[in-house]
Design a protein. Structure first.
Length: 113
């Protein structure tokens, strides 16, 4: 299983970005998918989760601003991030849960004016 995240970049406060994570392998549709982030000097934390049946959950700090979704036909999970704040600056990682956690390489999101 391989995960490839993309879509990070530099955005001004209040702006939007959409992260994508493409997954190789046949277990995507039966797996929970998550987006984590790690800010400089801090631990990696779960930001958003989507189960195999489409149920979602978010950390309080992003509720109402971020939306996680998945396209099982494309083996891809997305994170739509709106109303971005400087405190959202971090490296974002996607993960796949199927007996164990699989990780992709991170993509850097910088929110700054």
């Amino acid at each position: 299983v391989q995960l490839q995240a993309s879509g990070g970049g530099l955005v001004q406060p209040g702006g939007s970005l959409r992260l994508s994570c493409a997954v190789s392998g046949s277990i995507f549709s039966s797996s929970a998918m998550g987006w984590y982030r790690q800010a400089p000097g801090k631990q990696r934390v779960l930001v958003a989760l989507i189960t195999s049946n489409g149920s979602t959950n978010y950390v309080d700090s992003v509720k109402g601003r971020f939306t996680i979704s998945r396209d099982n036909a494309k083996n891809t999970v997305y994170l739509q991030m709106n109303s971005l704040k400087p405190e959202d600056t971090a490296v974002y990682y996607c993960s796949l849960g199927h007996g164990r956690l699989y990780w992709g390489e991170g993509t850097l999101v910088t929110v700054s004016s």
